[in-house]
Design a binder for this molecule. Sequence first.
Ligand SMILES: Cc1cc2nc3c(=O)[nH]c(=O)nc-3n(C[C@H](O)[C@H](O)[C@H](O)COP(=O)(O)OP(=O)(O)OC[C@H]3O[C@@H](n4cnc5c(N)ncnc54)[C@H](O)[C@@H]3O)c2cc1C
Length: 317
Amino acid sequence: MTSIDKVISKSNFFPVVVIGAGSAGLNAALVLGRARRSTLLLDSGPPRNAPAHAAHGLLTRDGTPPLDLLRIAREQLAPYPVTHLSDAAEHVTPDEGGFTLFLNRGQTIRTRRLLLATGVTDLLPDIPGLQDGWGTNVHHCPYCHGWEVRDQHLADLIPGGGEMAYHRGVLLRQWTPHLVLLTHGAAHLSAQQRDDLEHLGVRIDERPVAQWDGQAITFEDGTRLKRDALFVTPGQAQRSRLPEQLGCARIDRGPLADVLLKVTPETGRTSVPGVYAAGDMIGEQQVVLAAASGARSAAAINADLCFEDASKRTLQT
Ligand SMILES: Cc1cc2nc3c(=O)[nH]c(=O)nc-3n(C[C@H](O)[C@H](O)[C@H](O)COP(=O)(O)OP(=O)(O)OC[C@H]3O[C@@H](n4cnc5c(N)ncnc54)[C@H](O)[C@@H]3O)c2cc1C
């Protein structure tokens, strides 16, 4: 039994449990700890950006390896009443006054408020080579990795083309004049959109793509197109099944409709009373945005508990 196991077996109750210790969950735990809220921070594995060698676009930490960022954040929790446990929350059930969580290693935890910060999973197009290059020579976000490949020969793979292809073509042109849009079939662009892209010098290639080898695209017709890096726009899914178990409502419009959780913007409250969410899973999809949404939800949870206790004439940290 580790020392953390002992702490938890003595008291399996925490007023707040934060599930997920990426940027969102760690910043939430920091704010809750500093508000003197005894908090359990659960985590079951690497953050979404673990395949990337550096995280960019984050003030004071631009270019820091993702795992270093999280290590520093965990170290800075040390003075505060936050218990960090590496274990997965497998199942959750609402009960009187809160929730019961069942952890992978068999422990059961009770809590009054839950903050979900469990992130999303990227669903890459099923084309050989994309998964191998993910985070090194296959990117999704130009704000995160565009600078590193500026002016290089790039391709953006948007199977099916359409509005998204037009949007990405116009946007990525900001980083390089050497851009090819790969639509893996008909591009489904209007004459005006084609004209705009042509004016920007963005080439459209509708041939089906067979594979990416880190240096070139091979088309199904056997020809190759050398590129320094490839961009894609993956689909996404919630990384954990907890939102589904709780019945949290999803957003109903946009490219990630039915994936992202619907929350009240000012607080991160989900549709389920007592359950809050932050980070990628609500669409705050950059390190700094995820961290900010975690901080915002943490403050909302703390206020929620303060006022509930005041109304019941109880005081609990
Ligand atoms: C390849 C790549 C590169 C990126 N580069 C950048 C960049 O340069 N700059 C930038 O700002 N953003 C970047 N991003 C986006 C960034 O990774 C995310 O916005 C950020 O990680 C979101 O933080 P989060 O806390 O919401 O989720 P995550 O960081 O994914 O953390 C979620 C955590 O929850 C845990 N978890 C999930 N389910 C459970 C469970 N049931 N029980 C316990 N724990 C659980 C996971 O183990 C994980 O550690 C990149 C993304 C990718 C894919």
